[in-house]
Design a binder for this molecule. Structure first.
Ligand code: SAH
Length: 400
Protein backbone atom coordinates (compact mmCIF):
# COMPACT_ATOMS: atom_id res chain seq x y z
CA UNK A 1 0.00 0.00 0.00
CA UNK A 2 1.58 3.24 -1.09
CA UNK A 3 0.18 5.65 1.44
CA UNK A 4 0.17 4.69 5.07
CA UNK A 5 -0.44 7.14 7.82
CA UNK A 6 -1.60 7.62 11.30
CA UNK A 7 -4.87 9.42 11.00
CA UNK A 8 -7.10 11.51 13.16
CA UNK A 9 -10.11 13.32 11.78
CA UNK A 10 -9.10 16.94 12.18
CA UNK A 11 -11.18 19.26 14.27
CA UNK A 12 -11.82 22.77 13.10
CA UNK A 13 -12.94 24.34 9.89
CA UNK A 14 -14.74 22.47 7.14
CA UNK A 15 -13.05 22.02 3.75
CA UNK A 16 -12.89 25.20 1.75
CA UNK A 17 -14.35 23.72 -1.38
CA UNK A 18 -17.91 22.57 -1.60
CA UNK A 19 -16.69 19.12 -0.60
CA UNK A 20 -19.62 16.80 -1.08
CA UNK A 21 -22.26 19.10 -2.45
CA UNK A 22 -23.62 18.13 -5.85
CA UNK A 23 -23.78 20.94 -8.32
CA UNK A 24 -27.33 22.34 -8.14
CA UNK A 25 -27.19 22.36 -11.91
CA UNK A 26 -27.00 18.63 -12.14
CA UNK A 27 -29.30 17.97 -9.21
CA UNK A 28 -32.03 20.07 -10.81
CA UNK A 29 -31.55 18.42 -14.11
CA UNK A 30 -31.79 14.94 -12.72
CA UNK A 31 -35.05 15.75 -11.03
CA UNK A 32 -36.57 16.45 -14.39
CA UNK A 33 -37.30 13.83 -16.97
CA UNK A 34 -34.80 11.19 -15.95
CA UNK A 35 -35.72 7.74 -14.65
CA UNK A 36 -36.32 7.73 -10.92
CA UNK A 37 -33.49 5.22 -10.49
CA UNK A 38 -30.95 7.92 -11.21
CA UNK A 39 -30.96 9.96 -8.05
CA UNK A 40 -32.21 7.97 -5.08
CA UNK A 41 -29.04 7.36 -3.09
CA UNK A 42 -28.51 11.03 -2.39
CA UNK A 43 -32.00 11.45 -1.05
CA UNK A 44 -31.84 8.39 1.20
CA UNK A 45 -28.97 9.33 3.46
CA UNK A 46 -26.71 12.31 3.97
CA UNK A 47 -23.28 11.88 2.39
CA UNK A 48 -20.44 11.14 4.78
CA UNK A 49 -17.71 13.73 4.76
CA UNK A 50 -14.10 12.54 4.55
CA UNK A 51 -11.59 14.19 6.89
CA UNK A 52 -10.11 17.43 5.65
CA UNK A 53 -6.91 17.00 3.69
CA UNK A 54 -4.34 19.40 2.33
CA UNK A 55 -5.35 18.47 -1.23
CA UNK A 56 -8.88 19.75 -0.59
CA UNK A 57 -7.53 23.26 -0.06
CA UNK A 58 -5.90 25.86 -2.25
CA UNK A 59 -2.58 27.12 -0.89
CA UNK A 60 -4.19 30.02 1.01
CA UNK A 61 -6.49 27.58 2.79
CA UNK A 62 -3.56 25.34 3.69
CA UNK A 63 -1.71 28.32 5.17
CA UNK A 64 -4.76 29.31 7.20
CA UNK A 65 -5.21 25.76 8.50
CA UNK A 66 -1.57 25.61 9.51
CA UNK A 67 -1.70 28.99 11.22
CA UNK A 68 -4.63 27.67 13.25
CA UNK A 69 -2.35 24.92 14.52
CA UNK A 70 0.04 27.61 15.75
CA UNK A 71 2.62 26.81 13.06
CA UNK A 72 4.25 29.30 10.67
CA UNK A 73 2.28 29.49 7.39
CA UNK A 74 5.33 28.64 5.24
CA UNK A 75 4.98 25.09 6.51
CA UNK A 76 2.06 24.83 4.06
CA UNK A 77 4.47 24.89 1.18
CA UNK A 78 6.85 22.42 2.87
CA UNK A 79 4.04 19.98 3.59
CA UNK A 80 2.66 20.43 0.06
CA UNK A 81 6.05 19.61 -1.47
CA UNK A 82 6.15 16.38 0.48
CA UNK A 83 2.71 15.35 -0.71
CA UNK A 84 2.62 16.65 -4.30
CA UNK A 85 6.32 16.49 -5.11
CA UNK A 86 7.60 13.49 -3.12
CA UNK A 87 4.28 11.64 -2.80
CA UNK A 88 4.69 11.06 0.90
CA UNK A 89 2.42 11.71 3.83
CA UNK A 90 4.65 10.05 6.42
CA UNK A 91 5.84 12.27 9.25
CA UNK A 92 9.15 10.43 9.57
CA UNK A 93 10.04 11.23 5.95
CA UNK A 94 9.80 15.00 6.54
CA UNK A 95 13.22 15.81 7.88
CA UNK A 96 12.94 19.50 6.99
CA UNK A 97 10.16 19.91 9.56
CA UNK A 98 10.89 20.30 13.27
CA UNK A 99 10.45 16.92 14.94
CA UNK A 100 7.68 18.07 17.28
CA UNK A 101 5.70 19.65 14.42
CA UNK A 102 5.65 16.61 12.12
CA UNK A 103 2.92 14.60 13.81
CA UNK A 104 0.51 17.48 14.45
CA UNK A 105 0.90 18.71 10.87
CA UNK A 106 0.51 15.36 9.15
CA UNK A 107 -2.38 14.37 11.41
CA UNK A 108 -4.23 17.61 10.72
CA UNK A 109 -3.58 17.93 6.99
CA UNK A 110 -2.57 14.54 5.62
CA UNK A 111 -5.07 12.10 7.14
CA UNK A 112 -5.32 8.66 5.58
CA UNK A 113 -8.17 8.77 3.06
CA UNK A 114 -7.77 5.55 1.07
CA UNK A 115 -6.70 2.09 2.16
CA UNK A 116 -5.74 -0.45 -0.50
CA UNK A 117 -8.17 -3.35 -0.21
CA UNK A 118 -6.90 -5.32 -3.21
CA UNK A 119 -4.15 -4.86 -5.77
CA UNK A 120 -4.18 -6.68 -9.09
CA UNK A 121 -1.72 -6.48 -11.91
CA UNK A 122 -1.31 -7.84 -15.42
CA UNK A 123 0.68 -7.08 -18.59
CA UNK A 124 3.81 -8.09 -16.65
CA UNK A 125 3.07 -5.56 -13.94
CA UNK A 126 2.67 -2.56 -16.21
CA UNK A 127 -1.11 -2.48 -15.62
CA UNK A 128 -2.09 -2.27 -11.97
CA UNK A 129 -5.50 -1.91 -10.56
CA UNK A 130 -6.19 -0.91 -6.97
CA UNK A 131 -9.45 -1.34 -5.12
CA UNK A 132 -9.54 1.31 -2.40
CA UNK A 133 -11.64 1.48 0.73
CA UNK A 134 -12.60 4.97 1.87
CA UNK A 135 -12.81 6.11 5.51
CA UNK A 136 -16.53 5.26 5.55
CA UNK A 137 -16.21 1.87 3.86
CA UNK A 138 -17.05 2.78 0.27
CA UNK A 139 -15.10 1.02 -2.50
CA UNK A 140 -13.50 2.81 -5.43
CA UNK A 141 -11.02 1.77 -8.09
CA UNK A 142 -8.07 3.28 -9.88
CA UNK A 143 -5.91 1.81 -12.63
CA UNK A 144 -2.34 2.63 -13.61
CA UNK A 145 -1.34 1.76 -17.18
CA UNK A 146 2.27 2.10 -18.26
CA UNK A 147 2.97 2.36 -21.99
CA UNK A 148 6.34 2.88 -23.66
CA UNK A 149 5.77 6.62 -23.99
CA UNK A 150 3.42 7.49 -21.13
CA UNK A 151 1.77 6.44 -17.90
CA UNK A 152 -1.98 6.89 -17.71
CA UNK A 153 -3.96 6.77 -14.49
CA UNK A 154 -7.66 6.08 -14.65
CA UNK A 155 -9.35 7.52 -11.57
CA UNK A 156 -12.77 7.40 -9.93
CA UNK A 157 -14.73 10.54 -9.16
CA UNK A 158 -17.60 8.96 -7.22
CA UNK A 159 -18.20 5.84 -5.18
CA UNK A 160 -20.70 4.16 -7.47
CA UNK A 161 -22.58 6.11 -10.12
CA UNK A 162 -26.11 7.40 -10.53
CA UNK A 163 -26.23 7.33 -14.33
CA UNK A 164 -27.55 3.73 -14.60
CA UNK A 165 -26.05 2.80 -18.00
CA UNK A 166 -27.16 -0.85 -18.34
CA UNK A 167 -23.87 -2.18 -19.81
CA UNK A 168 -21.68 -0.66 -17.07
CA UNK A 169 -20.89 -2.56 -13.85
CA UNK A 170 -20.73 0.63 -11.77
CA UNK A 171 -24.07 1.80 -13.10
CA UNK A 172 -25.81 -1.30 -11.75
CA UNK A 173 -25.16 -0.54 -8.08
CA UNK A 174 -26.16 3.13 -8.03
CA UNK A 175 -24.47 6.08 -6.39
CA UNK A 176 -23.00 5.83 -2.91
CA UNK A 177 -21.46 9.29 -2.69
CA UNK A 178 -19.21 11.85 -4.34
CA UNK A 179 -15.51 11.58 -3.66
CA UNK A 180 -13.82 14.59 -2.11
CA UNK A 181 -11.14 16.45 -4.03
CA UNK A 182 -8.42 14.86 -1.92
CA UNK A 183 -9.87 11.36 -2.38
CA UNK A 184 -9.57 11.83 -6.14
CA UNK A 185 -6.06 13.30 -5.94
CA UNK A 186 -4.90 10.59 -3.51
CA UNK A 187 -5.50 7.92 -6.19
CA UNK A 188 -3.01 9.66 -8.47
CA UNK A 189 -0.49 10.38 -5.73
CA UNK A 190 -0.54 6.69 -4.80
CA UNK A 191 0.24 5.75 -8.41
CA UNK A 192 2.93 8.42 -8.63
CA UNK A 193 4.57 6.96 -5.57
CA UNK A 194 4.64 3.45 -7.04
CA UNK A 195 6.25 4.84 -10.17
CA UNK A 196 8.78 6.98 -8.33
CA UNK A 197 9.72 3.98 -6.17
CA UNK A 198 10.47 1.92 -9.26
CA UNK A 199 7.77 -0.56 -8.20
CA UNK A 200 6.30 -0.53 -11.71
CA UNK A 201 8.44 -2.39 -14.30
CA UNK A 202 10.31 -0.03 -16.62
CA UNK A 203 12.26 1.88 -13.98
CA UNK A 204 11.31 5.00 -12.05
CA UNK A 205 8.73 7.08 -13.88
CA UNK A 206 6.03 9.70 -13.57
CA UNK A 207 2.29 9.86 -14.12
CA UNK A 208 1.86 11.71 -17.43
CA UNK A 209 -1.87 11.31 -18.19
CA UNK A 210 -5.08 11.23 -16.18
CA UNK A 211 -8.44 9.95 -17.40
CA UNK A 212 -11.62 10.37 -15.35
CA UNK A 213 -12.92 7.03 -16.59
CA UNK A 214 -13.03 5.06 -13.36
CA UNK A 215 -16.16 4.87 -11.26
CA UNK A 216 -18.62 7.71 -11.32
CA UNK A 217 -19.84 10.57 -13.47
CA UNK A 218 -17.24 13.33 -13.00
CA UNK A 219 -19.54 16.16 -14.07
CA UNK A 220 -22.10 15.12 -11.43
CA UNK A 221 -19.41 15.89 -8.83
CA UNK A 222 -18.41 19.08 -10.55
CA UNK A 223 -16.84 21.19 -7.79
CA UNK A 224 -14.65 18.43 -6.40
CA UNK A 225 -13.59 17.17 -9.83
CA UNK A 226 -12.69 20.67 -10.96
CA UNK A 227 -10.66 21.30 -7.81
CA UNK A 228 -8.96 17.92 -8.34
CA UNK A 229 -8.06 18.89 -11.92
CA UNK A 230 -6.51 22.07 -10.56
CA UNK A 231 -4.59 20.19 -7.87
CA UNK A 232 -3.32 17.66 -10.41
CA UNK A 233 -2.23 20.30 -12.90
CA UNK A 234 -1.04 23.22 -10.77
CA UNK A 235 2.74 23.24 -10.38
CA UNK A 236 4.41 21.91 -7.22
CA UNK A 237 3.89 22.91 -4.41
CA UNK A 238 0.31 23.99 -5.24
CA UNK A 239 -0.30 20.69 -7.03
CA UNK A 240 1.32 17.82 -8.93
CA UNK A 241 2.30 19.67 -12.10
CA UNK A 242 0.71 17.32 -14.66
CA UNK A 243 -0.11 19.02 -17.98
CA UNK A 244 -3.77 20.06 -18.41
CA UNK A 245 -3.61 18.73 -21.96
CA UNK A 246 -2.93 15.28 -20.55
CA UNK A 247 -6.14 15.23 -18.49
CA UNK A 248 -9.37 13.78 -19.94
CA UNK A 249 -12.75 14.25 -18.29
CA UNK A 250 -15.27 11.70 -19.55
CA UNK A 251 -19.01 12.34 -19.28
CA UNK A 252 -22.36 10.78 -20.17
CA UNK A 253 -23.29 14.23 -21.48
CA UNK A 254 -24.56 16.52 -18.72
CA UNK A 255 -25.07 19.49 -20.99
CA UNK A 256 -25.11 22.39 -18.48
CA UNK A 257 -21.99 21.02 -16.78
CA UNK A 258 -20.20 20.73 -20.15
CA UNK A 259 -20.99 24.41 -20.76
CA UNK A 260 -19.72 25.27 -17.30
CA UNK A 261 -16.50 23.36 -17.91
CA UNK A 262 -15.98 25.14 -21.23
CA UNK A 263 -16.20 28.46 -19.39
CA UNK A 264 -13.33 27.46 -17.07
CA UNK A 265 -10.97 27.80 -20.05
CA UNK A 266 -8.89 24.82 -19.07
CA UNK A 267 -6.99 22.81 -21.68
CA UNK A 268 -8.40 19.47 -20.57
CA UNK A 269 -9.82 17.00 -23.09
CA UNK A 270 -13.54 16.28 -22.98
CA UNK A 271 -14.66 12.74 -23.73
CA UNK A 272 -18.35 12.15 -24.41
CA UNK A 273 -19.74 8.65 -23.89
CA UNK A 274 -22.10 8.59 -26.85
CA UNK A 275 -22.56 4.84 -27.53
CA UNK A 276 -25.41 5.50 -29.98
CA UNK A 277 -26.00 8.15 -32.67
CA UNK A 278 -29.81 8.04 -32.39
CA UNK A 279 -31.99 9.05 -29.45
CA UNK A 280 -34.12 5.92 -29.53
CA UNK A 281 -31.20 3.63 -28.70
CA UNK A 282 -29.24 6.13 -26.60
CA UNK A 283 -32.28 6.63 -24.33
CA UNK A 284 -31.77 3.01 -23.21
CA UNK A 285 -27.94 2.75 -23.28
CA UNK A 286 -27.31 6.09 -21.56
CA UNK A 287 -30.55 6.89 -19.68
CA UNK A 288 -29.62 10.53 -19.07
CA UNK A 289 -30.24 10.92 -22.83
CA UNK A 290 -33.92 11.18 -21.92
CA UNK A 291 -33.01 14.56 -20.46
CA UNK A 292 -30.38 15.74 -22.97
CA UNK A 293 -30.66 14.42 -26.51
CA UNK A 294 -27.82 13.41 -28.83
CA UNK A 295 -28.03 16.72 -30.72
CA UNK A 296 -27.84 18.77 -27.50
CA UNK A 297 -24.89 16.76 -26.18
CA UNK A 298 -23.01 17.12 -29.45
CA UNK A 299 -23.76 20.86 -29.64
CA UNK A 300 -22.35 21.26 -26.12
CA UNK A 301 -19.28 19.28 -27.17
CA UNK A 302 -18.71 21.47 -30.25
CA UNK A 303 -18.99 24.56 -28.07
CA UNK A 304 -16.42 23.03 -25.74
CA UNK A 305 -14.08 22.40 -28.67
CA UNK A 306 -14.56 25.97 -29.89
CA UNK A 307 -13.87 27.45 -26.44
CA UNK A 308 -10.80 25.34 -25.69
CA UNK A 309 -9.37 24.35 -29.07
CA UNK A 310 -9.31 20.78 -27.78
CA UNK A 311 -10.41 17.85 -29.90
CA UNK A 312 -13.47 16.06 -28.53
CA UNK A 313 -13.16 12.37 -27.87
CA UNK A 314 -16.32 10.36 -28.59
CA UNK A 315 -16.49 7.10 -26.65
CA UNK A 316 -18.49 4.33 -28.30
CA UNK A 317 -18.67 0.87 -26.74
CA UNK A 318 -19.35 -1.58 -29.56
CA UNK A 319 -22.11 -3.97 -28.43
CA UNK A 320 -22.93 -6.90 -30.66
CA UNK A 321 -26.14 -6.41 -32.67
CA UNK A 322 -27.15 -3.51 -30.42
CA UNK A 323 -25.29 -0.43 -31.65
CA UNK A 324 -22.80 -1.83 -34.18
CA UNK A 325 -24.91 -1.82 -37.37
CA UNK A 326 -23.46 -0.29 -40.52
CA UNK A 327 -26.29 2.27 -40.71
CA UNK A 328 -25.44 3.49 -37.21
CA UNK A 329 -21.80 3.89 -38.25
CA UNK A 330 -22.97 6.00 -41.19
CA UNK A 331 -25.29 8.06 -39.01
CA UNK A 332 -22.50 8.62 -36.47
CA UNK A 333 -20.09 9.52 -39.27
CA UNK A 334 -22.50 12.08 -40.68
CA UNK A 335 -23.00 13.67 -37.23
CA UNK A 336 -19.26 13.97 -36.65
CA UNK A 337 -17.92 14.72 -40.14
CA UNK A 338 -15.88 17.91 -40.34
CA UNK A 339 -15.72 18.41 -36.56
CA UNK A 340 -12.72 18.63 -34.21
CA UNK A 341 -13.31 15.09 -33.03
CA UNK A 342 -11.86 11.64 -32.61
CA UNK A 343 -13.81 8.42 -32.02
CA UNK A 344 -12.63 5.88 -29.50
CA UNK A 345 -14.34 2.54 -30.11
CA UNK A 346 -14.34 0.31 -27.03
CA UNK A 347 -15.05 -3.39 -27.55
CA UNK A 348 -17.70 -4.03 -24.89
CA UNK A 349 -16.31 -5.65 -21.80
CA UNK A 350 -19.26 -7.84 -20.78
CA UNK A 351 -20.32 -7.37 -17.18
CA UNK A 352 -21.28 -10.43 -15.13
CA UNK A 353 -24.79 -11.58 -15.94
CA UNK A 354 -25.15 -9.28 -18.91
CA UNK A 355 -26.76 -10.58 -22.09
CA UNK A 356 -24.57 -8.26 -24.17
CA UNK A 357 -21.16 -8.91 -25.60
CA UNK A 358 -18.57 -7.33 -27.87
CA UNK A 359 -19.16 -6.94 -31.59
CA UNK A 360 -17.99 -9.52 -34.09
CA UNK A 361 -14.63 -8.63 -35.64
CA UNK A 362 -16.20 -8.12 -39.08
CA UNK A 363 -18.81 -5.72 -37.70
CA UNK A 364 -16.13 -3.80 -35.82
CA UNK A 365 -13.99 -3.52 -38.97
CA UNK A 366 -16.94 -2.31 -41.01
CA UNK A 367 -17.83 0.26 -38.31
CA UNK A 368 -14.29 1.65 -38.45
CA UNK A 369 -14.29 1.67 -42.26
CA UNK A 370 -17.53 3.63 -42.48
CA UNK A 371 -16.44 6.24 -39.95
CA UNK A 372 -13.19 6.66 -41.85
CA UNK A 373 -15.16 7.01 -45.08
CA UNK A 374 -16.77 10.07 -43.48
CA UNK A 375 -13.30 11.42 -42.74
CA UNK A 376 -13.70 10.85 -38.99
CA UNK A 377 -10.53 9.78 -37.15
CA UNK A 378 -11.13 6.58 -35.21
CA UNK A 379 -9.15 4.22 -33.01
CA UNK A 380 -10.16 1.00 -31.30
CA UNK A 381 -9.20 1.11 -27.66
CA UNK A 382 -6.83 -1.56 -26.46
CA UNK A 383 -8.29 -3.79 -23.82
CA UNK A 384 -5.66 -3.35 -21.14
CA UNK A 385 -6.54 -4.78 -17.81
CA UNK A 386 -9.41 -6.86 -19.06
CA UNK A 387 -8.16 -9.94 -17.24
CA UNK A 388 -8.15 -7.98 -13.97
CA UNK A 389 -11.71 -6.71 -14.37
CA UNK A 390 -10.31 -3.55 -15.94
CA UNK A 391 -13.64 -2.26 -17.11
CA UNK A 392 -15.53 0.28 -15.15
CA UNK A 393 -16.60 -0.89 -11.71
CA UNK A 394 -16.06 -4.59 -12.18
CA UNK A 395 -13.57 -5.03 -9.38
CA UNK A 396 -15.77 -3.27 -6.85
CA UNK A 397 -18.73 -5.29 -8.10
CA UNK A 398 -16.88 -8.57 -7.52
CA UNK A 399 -15.75 -7.44 -4.04
CA UNK A 400 -19.33 -6.77 -3.04
N1 SAH B 1 -19.34 8.36 -16.27
C1 SAH B 1 -18.31 8.69 -17.21
C2 SAH B 1 -16.96 8.07 -16.95
C3 SAH B 1 -16.86 6.65 -16.48
S1 SAH B 1 -16.86 5.26 -17.53
C4 SAH B 1 -18.76 8.36 -18.59
O1 SAH B 1 -19.76 7.69 -18.74
O2 SAH B 1 -18.12 8.81 -19.54
C5 SAH B 1 -15.63 5.43 -18.77
C6 SAH B 1 -16.08 4.84 -20.11
O3 SAH B 1 -16.20 3.40 -20.03
C7 SAH B 1 -17.44 5.36 -20.55
O4 SAH B 1 -17.40 5.67 -21.93
C8 SAH B 1 -18.32 4.16 -20.29
O5 SAH B 1 -19.50 4.21 -21.03
C9 SAH B 1 -17.41 3.02 -20.66
N2 SAH B 1 -17.86 1.70 -20.15
C10 SAH B 1 -18.52 1.42 -19.02
N3 SAH B 1 -18.76 0.11 -18.91
C11 SAH B 1 -18.22 -0.48 -20.01
C12 SAH B 1 -18.12 -1.83 -20.47
N4 SAH B 1 -18.66 -2.83 -19.78
N5 SAH B 1 -17.48 -2.04 -21.64
C13 SAH B 1 -16.95 -1.03 -22.34
N6 SAH B 1 -17.00 0.26 -21.95
C14 SAH B 1 -17.63 0.54 -20.80
Amino acid sequence: MPLTLTSAPPAGEPPADEALADTPLVGDALADGVPSGLAPARARRPAAKPPRHLADLPMAGRRAAIAELGQPPFRASQLSRHFFGRYTDQADEMSDLPRDARDPLTQALLPRLLTAERELSCDDGSTRKTLWRTFDGALVESVLMRYPDRVTMCVSSQAGCGMACPFCATGQAGLTRNLSTAEIVAQVVAGARLLADGTVPGGPGRVSNIVFMGMGEPLANYANVLAAVRRLTDPVPEGMGISQRSVTVSTVGLVPAIARLAAERLSVTLAVSLHAPDDELRDTLVPVNRRWKVSEVLDAAWSYAAATGRRISIEYALIRDINDQAWRADLLGSLLAGRLVHVNLIPLNPTPGSKWTASRPAAQREFVRRLEAHGVPVTVRDTRGREIDGACGQLAASAR
